[in-house]
Design a protein around this ligand. Structure first.
Ligand code: AMP
Length: 281
């Protein structure tokens, strides 16, 4: 496995694969890798000849009071994990390598679906994601790019601008990887105290309970209220509990497949999760 820290170095490393028309798969990450990330790499490995993983903590997707400075950076450990799952090239650029030292005047802003859910709590977040992912797509020029359904709204935003701007690659969504107790794996889980880590699986438990209630005929409004109540009772500060269609449109009744979305804080740690509940009739 090679590690490249510059755009030029990465281009040189990928050049033989491009000339041989090999299928290039790309997994963008912010590092501090866990099984969720590694499953994206495994999916890429199945479909592609060459797998590139980027590790870059992107400053422009963090708000002023968010955790950019403290975000865990564990490149050595990440590299070992990536080598074990068959990654070919790690791209770990500096902020200067990605953004240079001249001002940036171009933004990529996806409307509609970003004015909702995490977009309301994190203004500018998805613009920052769209800019960095577009830059990475242009640098790596992959055939396939892999993203987790844990960040469902992010995946939808990326699918949208790839389609809108005719970016020539296919986006693959990969199901959520969970701990044995149901907690969706996340680099931010490392911020939780032992006590909070015990409470955190309540998010998934409340989603599964909601699924059962919906299938038992409880109204969507009531189901969402029940989740909020459960989370608040165990000590979460709820950012939102919402239901949307798979295309992220508002939905009032469980009359088609629905995705339940949660964002909630334990102390200062913000956790997100989602669950698709399928209409059975
Ligand atoms: P991050 O490093 O948090 O930016 O995540 C990089 C990629 O890994 C994104 O596409 C995430 O959606 C994905 N990812 C993170 N956690 C999980 C998980 N538990 N299951 C599936 N994908 C995940």
């Amino acid at each position: 496995m090679k590690t490249e820290t510059t755009i030029q170095g990465l281009s040189a490393s990928l050049s033989p694969a491009r000339s041989a028309r090999k299928i290039i798969g790309f997994v963008p990450t912010m590092g501090n890798l866990h099984e969720g990330h590694l499953n994206l790499v495994r999916e890429a490995r199945k479909l592609c000849d060459v797998v590139v993983v980027s590790i870059f903590v992107n400053p422009i997707q963090f708000g002023p009071n968010e955790d950019f400075e403290n975000y865990p950076r564990t490149l050595e450990q990440d590299s070992r994990l990536l080598a074990d799952v068959g990654c070919d090239i790690v791209f770990a650029p500096t902020v200067e390598q990605m953004y240079g030292n001249k001002p940036r005047f171009t933004n990529i802003s996806v409307s509609d679906i970003t004015n909702d859910l995490c977009g309301l709590q994190r203004p500018g977040h998805f613009d920052g994601v769209a800019v960095v992912v577009t830059k990475l797509f242009n640098i790596v020029q992959p055939n396939f790019a892999f993203f987790g359904q844990k960040d469902y709204q992010q995946l939808a935003v990326i699918r949208q601008f790839v389609r809108d701007l005719n970016i020539p690659l296919e986006v693959i969504g990969v199901p959520i990887t969970r701990a044995e107790d149901g907690l969706a794996l996340s680099s931010r889980n490392g911020y939780l105290t032992e006590e909070q880590r015990k409470i955190a699986p309540t998010i998934f438990q409340s989603l599964k309970a909601a699924e059962q209630e919906l299938h038992n005929g409880v109204s969507l409004v009531e189901v969402l209220e029940n989740i909020k109540h459960t989370l608040t009772q165990v000590g979460f500060i709820v950012d939102y509990v919402e239901a949307r269609t798979p295309e992220l449109q508002k939905i009032e009744e469980f009359n088609q497949n629905v995705i339940l979305f949660i964002a909630a804080k334990l102390g200062t740690t913000r956790l997100i999760d989602n669950l698709q509940v399928k209409q059975t009739v």
